[in-house]
Design a protein around this ligand. Structure first.
Ligand code: CP
Ligand code: NVA
Length: 294
């Protein structure tokens, strides 16, 4: 059975550390074409800037190749069952990466694949983002002895970060409006690492003892029809200069200025979002090389 990354806790704590260490090594020293002749199939049901370009560039830098499979390019979900796409792709490529709406679709891809399947964002999880986030936090602070406040939606990015924080010992407080909390299932999985986050509905209380503030869009891809309702529900959760203070700001991007963040904080020296975005490349290179070694 290949090793898949559908969410962060598909890795053990030791494996997560190994992936991050491999990423840091390759970032520092490069790598001599470890994925020569290998191909990554990249399924995208939703748009992407960072994920697409970092995976494709990463494969090139590792001596391999990536194939972009957009929603109009392949039969996935329309004209062919997911399981058939998975079995066919397994005969051509060495890894499959998928950004899809329904998390059940990456589970089905993984269930039928003979090669590693990497979740590149579903409505429930974004583990590749968390790998980059953890690399960024370790670079900024030297270790994971850090208090982080998540302010915003208890969404896909938040949920994977909850697991990554639990596994690395980060002290996390998650502030969401009522009705937008992290799923109970994710909190239970975090509790398995004896480090479930604190949860609150008060952004000010969440950031009070934090070393770092992390946020994401209020309106995720596929939720555009709920935009007005969500913006009303998230009133008071915008990360402003006043809420952020002198703490670093993380955001997975894209940022919706004027919604979850002000333009001022994204453009300020507190924002470490570009280092975070760059680390998508390094973290995924570490992941791909680590997966190839399994
Ligand atoms: N953070 C992230 O996944 O960005 P993209 O949607 O641009 O890939
Ligand atoms: N929560 C956002 C993340 C984008 C990278 C979304 O799902 O659209």
């Amino acid at each position: 059975m290949p090793t898949h990354l559908l969410d962060v806790d598909d890795l053990t704590t030791e494996e997560l550390t190994a992936v991050l260490d491999r990423a840091a090594e390759i970032k520092a020293d490069g790598a001599d074409s470890p994925l020569d002749q290998q191909t990554l199939g990249m399924i995208f049901e939703k748009p992407s800037t960072r994920t697409r370009v970092s995976f494709e560039t990463g494969m090139t830098q590792l001596g391999g190749h990536a194939v972009f499979l957009g929603p109009d390019d392949i039969h996935l979900g329309h004209g062919e069952p997911v399981k058939d796409t998975s079995r066919a792709l397994s005969r051509y490529v060495d890894f499959v990466m998928a950004r899809v709406f329904d998390h059940a679709d990456v589970e089905e891809l993984a269930a039928y694949a003979d090669v590693p399947v990497i979740n590149a964002l579903t409505d429930e999880a974004h583990p590749c983002q968390t790998l980059a986030d953890l690399l960024t936090i370790r670079e900024q602070f030297g270790d994971f002895d850090v208090s982080v406040a998540w302010v915003g939606d208890g969404n896909n990015v938040c949920q994977s970060f909850v697991l990554g924080a639990a596994m690395t010992g980060i002290d996390l407080t998650v502030a969401t409006p009522e009705g937008y909390e992290v799923d109970d299932d994710v909190l239970e999985r975090a509790a398995d690492f004896d480090n479930a986050p604190e949860t609150t509905h008060d952004p000010g209380a969440a950031v009070a003892d934090a070393d770092l503030v992390y946020t994401d869009v209020f309106v995720s891809m596929g939720q555009e029809d709920r935009r007005e309702a969500k913006l009303a529900d998230f009133e008071g959760f915008q990360v402003t200069a006043d809420l952020l203070g002198d703490r670093p700001l993380m955001h997975c991007l894209p940022a919706h200025r004027g919604e979850e963040v002000t333009d001022e904080v994204v453009e300020s020296d507190n924002a470490i979002v570009w280092d975070q975005a760059e680390n998508r490349l390094h973290a995924q290179k570490g992941l791909l090389v680590w997966l190839a070694d399994q």
